[in-house]
Design a protein around this ligand. Structure first.
Ligand SMILES: [Zn+2]
Length: 260
């Protein structure tokens, strides 16, 4: 892959592709560079210029700012105890890059709308697809007496953008990866099932589903086997205690899993 003067490879998403989800393939720290490319390609708007100007921690201007702030720090500030040590340069750069990434994520939807490409419809379609998968998992919750946990697909944002199974009050566990845009079929269903199980485990701290024969993990709900897996391209629930297959996702019964 050749790298051009912008530091991006041969392929870079146009605004229309970006609004349809292609940004999931391009890390956020490259979005300001992408914005510069869009400007060079003839797109223009105030938010686009703002995004193109975001500091990534590598520009000469930010290095100058660094020197200024460290000389100020050396000038005898009365600093709170424990905060007296300036951050090492590497940590400062990292912090700036993280801030730039967050700013980029916040700004990008506005940039796309300003260019006439609204990212909302593609995101709504993504969430609706995930909800369909969650509806299949909901059969299993209902069949085992957990029907009061009505799972809703919730857009988690971030990069790459992800959707998670949320409880009726909107809470969810975002640490498990969730569902991403390129998933479909059994893979999406397995991740929907995993997201439901993970949210139940981490928020109300319930282990679900639990094998009728072996029960859950004997010491802790956080110690068992993964509850879901793809077996011959089919999403299956597994016994968290011993790992054997329980039932395909969507076909759980009171005979195979414990009920409330
Ligand atoms: Zn079992």
């Amino acid at each position: 892959m050749s790298i051009d003067r912008f530091g991006l490879g041969d392929w870079w998403p146009r605004p229309k592709q970006a609004a349809a989800g292609a940004l999931d393939h391009l890390p956020t720290d490259q979005w300001p560079v992408l914005a510069a490319k869009w400007l060079a390609a003839g797109f223009d708007s105030q938010p686009l210029r703002q995004l193109a100007q975001l500091q990534t921690g590598e520009s000469p201007a930010s290095r100058r700012a660094d020197r200024r702030s460290s000389s100020r720090r050396g000038g005898g500030w009365a600093q709170p105890v424990g905060l007296g040590q300036p951050l090492p340069a590497e940590a400062q750069r990292l912090q700036r890059r993280q801030r730039a990434a967050l700013d980029s994520m916040e700004l990008m939807p506005e940039v796309l709308r300003s260019l006439g490409f609204d990212p909302a419809p593609a995101n709504e379609e993504f969430v609706a697809r995930c909800q369909k998968a969650l509806d299949i998992v909901q059969h299993d919750l209902d069949a085992t007496g957990y029907g009061r946990y009505q799972m809703r697909a919730r857009f988690g944002g971030g990069w790459p953008s992800s959707v998670h199974a949320a409880l009726p009050d909107g809470s969810y566990w975002g640490g498990g990866g969730g569902m991403s845009r390129e998933m479909e079929g059994s893979w999406l269903l397995a991740c929907a099932a995993d997201s439901v199980s993970t949210t139940l485990k981490e928020i109300p701290e319930i282990e679900w589903p639990v094998c009728t024969v072996h029960g859950g993990h004997p010491t802790s709900i956080w110690a068992g086997n993964d509850p879901v897996d793809l077996i011959k391209k089919v999403a299956w629930w597994r016994c968290t205690n011993t790992g054997h297959p329980l039932a395909p996702v969507g076909l759980l019964t009171a005979e195979t899993a414990r009920t409330l």
